[in-house]
Design a protein around this ligand. Structure first.
Ligand code: PEP
Ligand code: MN
Length: 366
């Protein structure tokens, strides 16, 4: 459901830029003044106005480099002044917020390991009261939309409307080619609840591997994302954190140059009228789909009555297996993904069991 009460500032209102997208680049961690200077000069030369760098690094295991902390804040203040760049860092506690504000950092972000923790997010939101510094909120580690939305709402309730959601993928047990699997549908749902919320993608943490950064970035742009945050390091292989996924400043430029940017809307009248026509057809098809679902529901109610009268159980395993098998086969014949159809039938079957046992009726009365 669209949340009409909440409306966010557009990113262009606080970061006027020649670019059509909000581009943030810089190293995973601020390692040294020389490293920061090297990236900063490249960003300035390529019209990328926002530099990221981690100051406090949340590492999964102890005894790893955990960031240069307070001294890195000083390096970033110098970078900001010397290169006229906007600087963005991660904060994970009220103390980090205080130090970051004191050092005049321009943008703060909440990492995935922070978004997941409502206590920490609230503590950060309280520390931000009275400021209007832009805040990026990364998705939580686990694919739970409510946690992501909850973190955004906590920041919003502290009085800040300059919020940007960042999709950085989700941890998963299943092995995949990504370090953190993207869940594009979760981000789309977030956007549908908060249409004014700017949404950017962090392809680096999704990919976990620099060779995939381009394709993930392209996918995000194809889906209409407002921007990208790309980890960039002058010597990625020797980076102190996330060495596999960072790209050199030169590759950053080539990735940005090769990305195909599609328009969100078109003013071409032929295109608009053809799109309208296709959308009308989809509306008709969906109405027919609804008729078919209503017919199916009616049949299910009849079967339910019949089983009840004859004292037969609602769930019949063989029939269910047969449905799954046959529908997958029918799907294949129509060139539809059989896995998708099986998933759809699981939902349909769940509902039909509810209908036959009267659970749906009880839930409707709650
Ligand atoms: C980072 O941006 O370097 C970082 C630690 O990100 P995440 O919270 O997405 O893991
Ligand atoms: Mn990183």
């Amino acid at each position: 459901m669209i949340n009409k009460e909440i409306s966010f500032s557009s990113w262009e209102s606080w970061f006027p830029s020649e670019r059509s997208h909000l581009i943030i680049a810089g190293p995973c961690s601020a390692e040294s003044p020389a490293q920061l200077t090297s990236v900063a000069s490249h960003l300035v030369a390529n019209d990328i106005g926002i530099m990221r760098a981690g100051v406090w690094k949340p590492r999964t295991r102890p005894n790893h480099f955990e960031g240069n902390g307070t001294q890195a804040l000083k390096w970033l203040s110098d970078i900001k002044k010397d290169h006229k760049l906007i600087v963005a860092i991660e904060v994970a506690s009220a103390k980090h917020v205080e130090e970051a504000l004191h050092a005049e950092m321009d943008i703060l972000w909440l990492g995935a390991r922070t978004t997941v923790n409502p206590f920490l997010v609230q503590e950060i939101a309280d520390a931000l009261k009275g400021t209007d510094i832009p805040i990026l909120v990364k998705n939580p580690i686990n694919p739970e939309l409510a946690l992501w939305e909850g973190a955004i709402e906590r920041i919003y309730q502290s009085g800040n409307k300059k919020i940007v959601a960042v999709h950085r993928g989700f941890s998963s047990y299943q092995r995949s080619k990504y370090r953190n699997s993207p869940a594009w549908h979760i981000a789309i749902e977030l956007k549908s609840h908060y249409p004014t919320l700017p949404l950017i993608c962090d392809p680096s943490h999704i990919a976990g591997n620099r060779d995939l950064v381009f394709e993930v970035s392209q996918k995000a742009l194809d889906l209409g994302y407002d921007g990208l945050m790309i980890e960039t390091h002058p010597d990625p292989a020797n980076a102190l954190s996330d060495a596999d996924q960072q790209v050199t400043p030169e590759s950053l430029s080539s990735i940005l140059a090769q990305l195909h940017i599609k328009e969100k809307h078109s003013t071409d009248e032929v295109f608009i009228s053809q799109l309208e026509e296709l959308r009308e057809k989809i509306d008709h098809v969906d109405q027919e789909l609804m008729e078919v679902l209503a017919m199916r529901k009616n049949l299910i109610e009849q079967i339910g009555d019949y089983k009840r009268q004859n004292n037969v159980t609602v769930f019949q395993l063989e029939r269910w297996n047969e449905i799954l098998r046959s529908r997958a086969k029918w799907a294949e014949r129509k060139n539809i993904n059989p896995q998708f159809v099986q998933d759809l039938y699981k939902r349909i079957h769940e509902e039909s069991i509810k209908l036959q046992t009267g659970i749906a009726e009880m839930e409707g009365k709650k």
